[in-house]
Design a protein around this ligand. Sequence first.
Ligand code: IPD
Ligand code: CA
Ligand code: CA
Ligand code: CA
Length: 281
Amino acid sequence: MAARRSAILNVMTATAQKAARSLVRDFGEVENLQVSRKGPADFVSSADMAAEKIIKTELKKARPDYGFLMEESGAAPGKDKDTRWVVDPLDGTTNFLHGVPHWAISIALEHGKEVVAAVVYDPVKDEMFMAEKGQGAFVNNKRMRVSGRSHLDAAMIATGMPFKGRASSPTYPQELERVSAEVAAVRRFGSAALDLAYVAMGRYDGFWEWHLSPWDTAAGMLLVTEAGGFVTEVGGGKNPIYGDSVLATNQILHTHLNKLIKPTVARAVKTVTKTASDKAA
Ligand code: IPD
Ligand code: CA
Ligand code: CA
Ligand code: CA
C-alpha cells in the first residue's frame, strides 16, 4: 500500500527535507562547526541550530498559529493553545559530530496533548518514516509493521546509555546485564528517534531508554503505535513522552521485556498487557 500523504504530512516531510539539505552540507565538513556542551554528554553545534531555524521558519510559514517545543530554543506557545510542533532538529548529534552516518530529524505534531502526526527523516539512508493517528505508519511509500518475533532469544533489542551519567540511572547496568543474557542481540546506535522508527519497521523487536526528552520520543512513539506496537514507560506507566523512560516493543514482547528490565513491576505489567490485548482484539 502506498503512503497516504495528507497536507500536514506534506508540510512536515518538505520541512524535514529542507533541514536535511543544510545538515547534509554540514555533515560534509564537521570539522568547521562550532560545538558547545550542554551537559556531560550533550553537545550542540551550529548544524543543530541552523536546522532548527529552518524547521521553525518553514512550519511557521505553513501553520502560523501553532506553537513549538524545540530542543534548542525551548517552548514558544502559539495563538492556537492546543496545537504545537515538538521538534528535534538533529537527533544523534554525537554521531553527527563524529562523522557517524546515523542521525535524523524528528518532527511531531501534538494536538490536545496527543501526537497526531509524526515524521522522522534519515537523510543519509533517505528513509522518511511517517505516521498519522489512525492512518498507519510508512517508510517512504511502504507500510511499516512491527516485528512478529515472539521469543526473546531471537530478539534484537536497542537501548541508550544514560546520557546524564550513571548516577541518573543506577539500575541501568543490571538492566543491561539481564536483557543481554536473554536476547539474541543488544544494539546502541545513538539516535532515539531512529531506534523507535526501527521498532516500527520491525528491524528491532524492542527499545528502552531512560530520561529522554519529548522531542526525542514524540514522533517515534506514534510511528511505533501506528505500526502496531506498544509504547509505555518502563514499568508500564502510560506517559512515555513526558515520563522518565520509554519502552517500545512489538505486540508480543512487551510483558517479557518489561519484566526483565524491571522485575519488581510484574503486577503493573499484567495490567498493561490486558489493556494492550484488549485494544488489539
Ligand atoms: C540523543 C539521542 C541519543 C540518546 C540521548 C539523546 P540528541 O539526542 O537520541 O540516542 O541516547 O539521550 O539526548 O541530543 O542527539 O538530540
Ligand atoms: Ca541534544
Ligand atoms: Ca534527541
Ligand atoms: Ca537534538
